[in-house]
Design a protein around this ligand. Structure first.
Ligand SMILES: NC(=O)c1ccc[n+]([C@@H]2O[C@H](COP(=O)([O-])OP(=O)(O)OC[C@H]3O[C@@H](n4cnc5c(N)ncnc54)[C@H](OP(=O)(O)O)[C@@H]3O)[C@@H](O)[C@H]2O)c1
Length: 335
């Protein structure tokens, strides 16, 4: 087994678990940003081989077990559907590998707690791939807020809505794959609100369910200690404006469409004057920033990111569990 915290003179070696839509996008960003993708694993040897060929990856494994056992992999990126995140994350951790797991980290808080305990027990990195948190404009937003440029932050308004397929078998609609607008889309503004305010004291949600029982529309209002309120809206049935605003006592920050991806951000003072605009060009989709953070943490021997800790992920999953309870979405065997 390789040492878990390699010295800084050799590249960190990534293993990609699953060959679906987001695995392709992340692999492209990793390569664009100069990271080393050492191996890919799929349930099918053919899919693994095709993925490896397309991205120039040295080793293709026809099972996830073989991927995590690869001695030349340091960190496994888990890109399977939500309902498999705990199982596949645990598979990698048990094999001594650090993990970056697609969002949501698991389908419920109980699973997230188990995974976090396992990672802590093994002394291995556990990160959720909530890539928005690591983007340059979001890093700058944290600095602007810390400098109190907009005073005390008291509100957050955001939406994340896409016009996605109504195919009942697609994972966005399939309950057995953790389907629904909340866990695919709504998690973005809810996670962002958690980054601003922490854990809510009150959660109130309304949702509409589609034919399969997965939520197609979900609106959530969260209240925090001190009175701050976040209001979020997501649907998988219409493309939305996908903008967000952070409101403070002395100004506001407006995040342009698409706010959770690299986008233009403007800071206004309390008299509605524009005081700062940031709009950095980002190569690719922008998923590389979470990879840079993961590599830095591994090199420095740390097992969690201060930007989004496993404990914060558990809190977010608790909020999502409560939203699901209120809107009546239950996942078979994972409630
Ligand atoms: N960060 C983002 O922007 C973003 C965007 C989209 C999705 N995601 C997240 O990424 C995860 C995967 O989403 P995706 O859109 O990539 O899904 P996808 O295109 O359906 O791919 C999922 C992959 O998971 C593997 N898999 C293992 N067991 C499976 C099963 N029972 N049914 C279907 N696939 C199975 C398959 O890979 P093999 O056949 O190779 O084993 C499949 O290609 C989700 O948790 C989602 O929330 C994140």
């Amino acid at each position: 087994m390789p040492e878990s915290h390699p010295a800084s003179d050799r590249p960190i070696r990534w293993g990609i678990l699953a060959t679906g839509g987001i695995a392709r996008k992340f692999a492209a960003d990793l390569l664009l940003d100069g990271h080393l993708v050492a191996a890919v694993g799929s349930r099918s040897a053919e899919s693994a081989a095709a993925f490896a060929r397309e991205f120039g990856i040295a080793r293709a494994h026809g099972s996830y077990a073989d991927l995590v056992a690869d001695p030349d992999v340091d960190i496994v990126y888990v890109a399977s559907p939500h309902t498999f995140h705990e199982e596949h994350g645990a598979l990698a951790l048990e094999a001594g590998k650090h993990v970056l797991i697609e969002k949501p980290i698991t389908v419920n808080a109980a699973q997230a707690r188990r995974l976090a305990a396992l990672a802590a027990d093994r002394g291995l990195l556990l990160m959720e791939a909530m890539w928005t948190r690591y983007l340059p404009h979001v890093q700058r937003i944290r600095e602007v807020i810390a400098a109190a440029t907009i005073g005390t932050v008291t509100g957050f308004l955001a939406n994340h809505s896409q016009n996605l397929t109504t195919d009942p078998a697609h994972r966005i609609n399939a309950l057995e794959l953790g389907g629904g607008a909340l866990l695919d889309l709504g998690i973005y503004p809810i996670s962002f609100a958690a980054g601003l305010f922490g854990k809510p004291t009150t959660v109130q949600a309304l949702g509409s369910l589609g034919a399969t029982g997965a939520d197609t529309h979900v609106s959530v209002v969260l209240q925090y200690d001190g009175g701050a309120i976040a209001s979020t809206y997501s649907t998988s049935r219409s493309r939305g404006p996908n903008t967000a605003a952070i409101l403070g006592t002395d100004g506001r920050i407006e995040m342009s469409s698409v706010w959770y991806a690299p986008s233009e951000t403007r800071v206004f003072d309390g008299r509605n004057r524009l005081v700062e605009t940031f709009d950095w060009a980002v190569a690719g989709r922008g998923m590389q920033f979470q990879a840079r953070e993961a590599e830095q943490l591994i090199r420095s021997g740390r097992i969690e990111s201060g930007i989004l800790t496993p404990a914060a992920c558990i809190d977010i999953m608790e909020t999502l569990d409560e939203v699901r309870r209120q809107i009546g979405v239950r996942y078979p065997g994972a409630d």
